[in-house]
Design a protein around this ligand. Structure first.
Ligand SMILES: CC(=O)N[C@H]1[C@@H](OP(=O)(O)OP(=O)(O)OC[C@H]2O[C@@H](n3ccc(=O)[nH]c3=O)[C@H](O)[C@@H]2O)O[C@H](CO)[C@@H](O)[C@@H]1O
Length: 363
């Protein structure tokens, strides 16, 4: 079987596609994959590092306001569709799978024009612009949240969860905190603001450092690759031996599997991973996303008793450390939350999406 995968711009769209590929390879080891991403997106680093074949297109996102730049965006999009058609004709995939982001718009649209079966995957509770645009021509649509079903053409979408959840849940982690200079006999809190890092979370953690330094639990603080130096420059207190500050974690599934509690944005893929592993969490939704979808993502966990939420305006060193203490110093709360988080996790999401892909090819 030959499959083209496309999704980009941000980790939340890329990791689900790679996790899906892992499931398909288990079923059909001879499958040939080609990932088509944007040359400027983080996928151009993340995907080749996994050894998967990668092809690049030049695309750019739309500005939300009326702008001359959008004219350039449209012409780049049409050029990307032409380039994508060339790639498709050469590779001759049985199916094209899009996981969101502008680049998947060009690749999946090109496939639809060439009458190649297409499957799109929507990770969020509120569908992204690209997936909405592609949904009319898509052969099958997989969504992670029930509430997303009604946002797509009737009868076309199926709830499958997020393939990254299956990947993290099925992994045997050999990771030891000693690999980053911490201890394995202590509880560990992992803090990260999505795949890019989040300035508001970084500032609150910098302010909270003095408190975290004195805690009995360990803290791993991931700043985001581009924000690492800025965090170091702003720190007035140095981290104690129970705190580590890192720019990015490449082996997140292994690390998360050993984590006792998480502070994170409420991006859909982060949430899928957290619930797949049944980890208690403190979610701080990004206020800068379409339809405020991260608050809705987070609310579904809070309603189930699986997470605490701090809105960005109420985020401070005090609210953050209080919430962290609640999860790490109170076993009853964290055990109850872990149980609820486990209940929400969809640990066979990769299989479900794979079944949709077979349906699409067979149609
Ligand atoms: C600002 C923005 O537009 N965010 C969107 C983006 O978020 P973003 O790209 O942050 O996506 P998610 O929070 O969903 O996922 C982040 C991914 O990056 C991984 N990770 C993170 C840090 C790290 O050091 N190493 C690492 O591997 C996480 O394990 C996870 O797999 O895509 C998501 C879709 O899936 C959306 O729900 C988010 O609203």
């Amino acid at each position: 079987m030959k499959i083209i995968l496309s999704g980009g711009g941000t980790g939340g769209h890329i990791y689900p596609a790679l996790a899906l590929a892992e499931v398909i390879k288990k079923h059909e080891p001879d499958t040939q994959f080609l990932y088509v991403g944007s040359e400027r997106g983080v996928e151009s680093n993340i995907v080749p590092a996994t050894g998967m074949a990668f092809d690049r297109l030049t695309v750019q996102g739309f500005k939300r306001s009326l702008s001359l730049d959008n004219v350039k965006t449209v012409s780049l999009f049409l050029k990307a569709v032409r380039e994508a058609k060339k790639i498709l004709k050469e590779f001759q995939p049985d199916v094209v799978v899009g996981t969101g982001g502008y680049v998947s718009g060009a690749v999946v649209y090109a496939a639809q024009r060439l009458h190649i079966p297409t499957v799109i995957h929507e990770q969020n509770s509120i569908a992204g612009v690209t997936n909405k645009f592609l949904s009319r021509g898509a052969t099958r649509i997989g969504v992670a949240f029930d509430v997303a079903l009604s946002q797509f053409p009737k009868g076309k979408a199926t709830v499958v969860g997020n393939p990254r959840a299956q990947q993290v849940a099925s992994l045997k982690s050999n990771f030891s905190w000693r690999q980053i200079g911490l201890r394995d006999d202590k509880q560990t809190l992992l803090i990260f603001g999505g795949s890019q890092g989040a300035p508001a979370i970084n500032l609150a953690v910098i302010d909270a450092l003095e408190t975290f330094n004195q805690r009995s639990y360990q803290v791993v603080f991931v700043t985001g690759p581009k924000r690492y130096q800025n965090v170091l420059d702003r720190m007035t207190t140095q981290p104690a031996e129970n705190v580590r500050i890192l720019p990015y974690i490449d082996n997140m599934p292994e690390v998360m599997a050993q984590t006792d509690a998480i502070v994170a944005r409420a991006g859909a893929t982060s949430i899928a991973e957290i619930t797949a592993l049944g980890i208690p969490s403190i979610l701080i939704p990004s206020p800068f996303v379409t339809g405020d979808h991260q608050t809705k993502n987070a609310q579904s966990l809070v309603d189930a008793g699986a997470a605490l939420m701090i809105s960005e305006p109420s985020l401070s060193a005090i609210t953050l450390t209080q919430a962290a203490d609640t999860l790490l110093l109170n076993d009853k709360v964290s055990e109850a939350m872990a149980a609820q988080s486990t209940k929400i996790g969809v640990r066979d999401a990769g299989e479900r999406l794979y079944a949709l892909i077979l349906d699409a090819i067979g149609e």
